[in-house]
Structures are given as structure tokens and as C-alpha cells.
Design a protein around this ligand. Sequence first.
Ligand SMILES: C[S@@+](CC[C@H](N)C(=O)[O-])C[C@H]1O[C@@H](n2cnc3c(N)ncnc32)[C@H](O)[C@@H]1O
Length: 278
Amino acid sequence: MRIRFKKWARPELAASPFCMDNAFALAGTWRQQFAKPEQPFYVELGCGKGGWVSQAAVLHPENNYLALDIKSEMLAVAKRKTEQAFAEAGREPENIRLSILNIERISEVLKPEDGVDRIYINFCNPWPKEGHKKRRLTHPRQLRQYAAILRGELHFKTDDCDLFTESIEYFEQSGWEILTKSFDLHADEPADNIRTEHENMFTEMGKKIHFLIAKPPADAFGKPVPNLHAPDTVKLFHALEKQRMLGILTEEQFEQRKREILGEPEEVPHDEGMEVEK
Ligand SMILES: C[S@@+](CC[C@H](N)C(=O)[O-])C[C@H]1O[C@@H](n2cnc3c(N)ncnc32)[C@H](O)[C@@H]1O
């Protein structure tokens, strides 16, 4: 989703009581950021303009919501949308918090003690090129981080069939259990489904919406995950990169070494023996 630079975005976010400007400093204390810390804690990754989370938080005062996005311009629109939704409902935004974050760093910001009850991924970027797939929010590298902090389920919606079928494989390879799966959510749309901006847009274009709910492997909760951004890991990756450039490591050996460092499963070609439901 393209969005123009908004010079008001950062100052407005900084002045807002429900936008948290240093997610890293709040690691392990997220529940205390809400008026009712004991409520279920739901996190949306890549919230965009906040259409989904602003509606969810108004409709469900019994839950707390944290919405994260990498772009301040997006989050600033989400902030305005949240203010409007709560003003219309005549309530204060006590059960919603917004914060800027690159989700690739989520395990530095959300800890097992934050007790995340549910994760929502709505229409994340599909990153179709082979070399970019690691950036997908459903990539096994990411699933590993979520599994360490999530004590409930993950809900995933997308219009992108390739992303969806490959994500099913990512979940299965990573030991997650898929509890529900639909290739056409709107064929029998659940009464409690809240449509996002992208969901409305793709539906108007005649695209089908795919949806799944998955549960992480029970023994993954609380397990430490490698921090890709830690200085030692960055140094190690640079050294490997150099060995690859010098031809000391082949491309395959390089990828294998990286997977070993990250403790990631072997990559399986995605279209082998996979039946696609329509
Ligand atoms: C296609 S939009 C979907 C927005 C919204 N969830 C919806 O369904 O309408 C994807 C959003 O994810 C955000 N995003 C992409 N990569 C991200 C990352 N690594 N960390 C945080 N947000 C990310 C983008 O800025 C964008 O707002």
C-alpha cells in the first residue's frame, strides 16, 4: 500500500496518549499500558490505516488491542480513525494502543510475560519474488518469533492465493496446527468478521478472501528465539556474506549456514504434492 509522506504524522503520534512511541522500552509491560490489564490481549501485525483494529476495539471493550505498523504515516491515519470511531461510540480509547514497529523485531518488543492471547495478520504484503519471501509476515522465521510469545491462536486473512497456500506450508513445517481454513471466507461470512480496508478493496475487485486460524506448537512458548538484529548475529552474517562473495561458500552452503544459525527448518519447494482447494 503506497502512502504519501505526512509531516504531521510523527508529531501527532508523539502527542497521542494511546500511541506508544518506544515499543522496545515497553517489552514485558504491555498489559500495564491498558486500563484493564487482565483483559485478553490481541495484537494486529501490519495494521495499515487501522480500519480493522479501530472497529474491533470499539465493538469489543472486553479485549485489549495493540496494533503495529512499520510506517508512521499509516499509523497516524490509524490514530485518527481510532479517535473518530471512539468519539462516535462516546467512549475513551482505553482498550487500544498503537505503535510503530518492524514486525521482524517483534520478539524484542513482545515477551512471554505480555501474555499475547491472539495475533491477527490481515492482508500482509505477499512478497511474491523468491528472494523476498523471507519478509513475509507468515514466513517460518516470523512464525518462530510468534510461537515464543503467543499463548492463543493466530488469525490470518489474505486475497493472495500463492501467499495463502505457501503460508499453509510454513505453518505446517513449523509445527503449527491449522484449526480452520477457508479459501472463500465470504461464501459463508462469519457474523463477527470485521472487514479491513484491503478486504473491502479486494472484495470489490471480485477477489476471494482466504482465511485460516492456527495454533503454535505448545512447547515453543517462552523459548528464546535468535535475534537477527543482535550485533553478534549481524557480524556473523556479514562474515558469511563475505565468504559467499569470495566463493568460499556456495549459495547453498551459505543458505544452509544461515538456517543453522537461525535454527530454521529446511526449505521445501512449495508446489510439490500440494492440492489447492478452491
Ligand atoms: C497491504 S497493507 C494491509 C493493511 C491492513 N492490515 C488491511 O488489511 O487493510 C500491509 C501493511 O503492513 C505494513 N507492513 C509491511 N511490512 C511490515 C513490517 N515488517 N512490520 C510492520 N508492518 C509492516 C505496511 O506498512 C502496511 O500498512
